[in-house]
Structure formats: C-alpha cells, structure tokens
Design a protein around this ligand. Structure first.
Ligand code: FNR
Ligand code: 531
Length: 359
C-alpha cells in the first residue's frame, strides 16, 4: 500500500490521503463594498477542481482575521457573516467530494496592504484601497515597504480576539481544520523573529517573550476550536539569516511548546521574514526542517516546497521525514495531481461517479 494514500486521522477527523493542497492566495476577492473578502466563483472553481482531483486535504488560502490583516485589498477574509455564508458553498462541495476542507487564518502584519503580485505587489495607499500596516515594532520589511505602526498591548489583545472570532466563523463556515499562519513574515512571524521584533516589553527579547503572542493566538483559537477537530500551525522554520534571525533550533523548541498547547500538526515552510537572503531552493529543499521536528519532538509534520513527483512524495513519507506532503504550484498546474499519483503508486483515490468511464 502506498504511504501517500494511507488515510490519516487526527482527533476525530480522517483525511483520506497524505497528498494535500497548501494555502495559496488567489487575490481574487472584491477589494471594497459589501462583498469585500468574500470568496467568489473563482475560489469555488479553484478549490473544487483540486477536491475532484483527489487532494485529501484542501487548505484554503490565507484568510484575514480583519480588514487590516489582509496582504492585499483582494484577499479573502473571515471577519463577517457575509464571508461565512460564501465559504459554506465551498466547504460543502469539498466535503461532498471526499476532501477535508481547511482554512488558514492570517494577519499580514508588516507585509500588509500591498497590490496583487501580477500588478507588481507594491505597497498601496488609501487611494488604492490600502491602509497602515501594523507590527510588533516599527521596522519595515525592506526599503520598499512602509514603516509599520507598533502594536500597543491593547492592539495585541484586539488581534488575539480577532483570531478567536475568525475561528468561530471558520467553524460556522463548515471548515474541519484551522491552520494558524505563523510563517512567511506576516504578523505572527514578525513577533517570533528577533529580526523583526525589537520590543522591550513582555512580547519581545527572550524566546519566551517573542513566542508569547503566537501562543496567546493558539490558546484563543484552541479554546474556540472544537476538541474533536485538528488545529495546524504553519511556521517558517528559519529566516535563512546568518545571525539574529529565527532558526531551526528555535523551531524545534517551539514545536514542543505548540504541541503542549494543543496544536496537532506543524506545517513546515521557511523564509519570508527577511529580504535579501539566499535560499537554497530545490526539490524538497524544506523537507529537512520538517524531518528534524518529526525526529526530535512529538509533533506531526507536513512537508512542503518543490514536491512535484509521486515517487518523491512517497519517499518523503516512507523515509519517515513527514506525515503528509503539501503540493502547491504543481497542483496549480495539474488539479488532478493526486489522482495521477495514485495511479503511479497503486494507491486508492476517490474519483467522482461522473468520471468513472475515465478510471
Ligand atoms: C503561496 N504560498 C502561501 N503560503 C501560505 O502559507 N499561505 C498562502 O496563502 C500562500 N499563498 C501562495 C500563493 C501562491 C500563488 C503560491 C505559489 C504560494 C506558499 C505555498 O503554500 C507553498 O508553501 C509554496 O508555494 C511552496 O510549495 P510548492 O509550490 O513548491 O509546492
Ligand atoms: C510565497 C512565499 C513562500 C515562502 C516564503 C515567502 C513567500 N508566498 C507566501 C504567501 C503569499 C504569496 C507568496 C503567503 O504566505 C500568504
């Protein structure tokens, strides 16, 4: 039996295989008006295709917990009931197709208020639906980004509450798994790393202080999220900085703490919080970070990053380097990657009845 097509049960949720779709922003929601942040026909089509293509878990893209938590004005959000209603059509269909619907809850921090990548991705001001980003410290991501406003303690408390409200809405929207976005240089990652967190109060300085905000978010979400449903956390295992950054050792230590706080799986990415770093990109280049967490802590892990081939994915799991793989851009190229991997590996995958003549 192929490891990639072994079902995986976390708490009371069984994911039919280990070939999962990671969150990938589509920047396709309305940027203003009553439908701001609500999923559209595009989002339905985009996610439905990967579910009918056999992905066992579909993690909906970074979905902002507040308007100012968006990366771009075109991001999805889950801060109001109109958005919840629009998500229900997607979660219902994914579940009908046998895929587990998940959503990544996000706050963009100091990388907020930027244009869509295909429009250049530059920071936008109020004239283009933009706003003032916030962060743990008034330290910009790079020379092209504005200086963010330093969050006060009240501001921190407000964002923690927004994550809890977003989790409540994610549940109402029909999601089975919530993933907290702690990676790629957004708000939670801004607090974790000494590269971006220069605070001198109890949210800055030591490892315990810099991880405080992330753990307050985890605790607030875990309290709302049902005990029978899994909670994931996505982390950037390293900033790829020579010094003064977040490191793989920090990640291993933090993985133990997240596990103790009720996080069920760590989704292990890298980078995004420091500009101008050299990242050794290549097939499976981030897998070693997931493998370290899995080897040295009790935390289950998902691996991601240039995993494109069925045999490559199978080997990662068979070698015990990860419990699941996330296939991103290859799934954008080929929505039926999971079904084709099943054929290659002799695994079982659900095929829609309507397609049975094609099996
Ligand atoms: C991403 N990625 C990403 N990551 C995340 O945590 N939340 C997100 O919303 C997005 N959005 C996003 C959009 C697009 C268009 C791409 C290509 C990527 C990162 C993604 O989940 C994945 O970690 C990387 O793409 C690496 O995996 P692949 O693509 O090499 O399989
Ligand atoms: C790509 C990215 C991956 C890893 C580090 C930095 C950047 N993604 C990240 C996405 C937005 C689009 C670019 C998110 O995490 C929302």
């Amino acid at each position: 039996m192929s490891a990639l097509f072994e079902p995986y049960t976390l708490r009371d949720v069984t994911i039919p295989n280990r070939a999962w779709m990671p969150p990938m922003c589509q920047y396709s929601a309305a940027p203003d008006g009553p439908l701001t942040g609500a999923p559209t026909d595009w989002h339905f089509t985009h996610y439905a295709a990967r579910a009918t293509g056999g992905a066992g878990l579909v993690i909906v893209e970074a979905t902002a917990v507040s308007p100012e938590g968006r990366i771009s004005p075109y991001d999805l959000g889950i801060w109001n009931d109109t958005q919840v209603e629009a998500f229900r059509r997607i979660t219902r269909f994914l579940a009908e197709q046998g895929s587990v619907p998940a959503v990544q809850l996000a706050h963009a921090g100091r990388k907020a208020s930027t244009d869509r990548p295909w429009a250049g991705g530059a920071p936008v001001g109020p004239e283009a639906h933009g706003w003032q980003p916030v962060a743990p410290s008034a330290v910009p991501f790079d020379a092209d980004h504005p200086v963010p406003a330093e969050l006060t303690k009240d501001g921190i408390r407000e964002v923690v509450g927004q994550f809890a409200d977003a989790a409540r809405r994610a549940l109402a929207a029909g999601f089975e798994i919530a993933e907290i976005h702690g990676a790629h240089g957004y708000l939670i990652g801004n607090f974790l790393s000494p590269h971006s967190n220069h605070r001198t109060d109890e949210y800055g300085g030591s490892h315990e202080n810099r991880t405080r905000f992330a753990l307050e978010v985890v605790d607030a979400v875990r309290e709302v999220w049902p005990d029978d449903k899994p909670l994931f956390f996505r982390i950037s295992a390293t900033d790829w900085l020579e010094r003064d950054g977040w490191t793989a050792d920090d990640t291993v230590r933090f993985a133990r703490e997240l596990h103790a706080h009720g996080v069920d799986l760590l989704d292990v990415s890298t980078g995004g919080n420091a500009s101008g770093v050299r990242i050794p990109v290549g097939p499976g280049y981030q897998v070693p970070f997931a493998a370290r967490v899995k080897a040295e802590t009790p935390m289950p892990v998902a691996a991601v990053g240039l995993i494109t081939e069925a045999e490559q994915a199978e080997k990662i799991l068979a070698n015990g380097e990860a419990d699941a793989v996330l296939v991103g851009r290859e799934l954008l190229r080929n929505p039926s990657w999971a079904r084709q991997a099943a054929r290659a590996l002799g695994g079982e995958v659900r095929v829609p009845e309507q397609y049975h003549r094609s099996v």
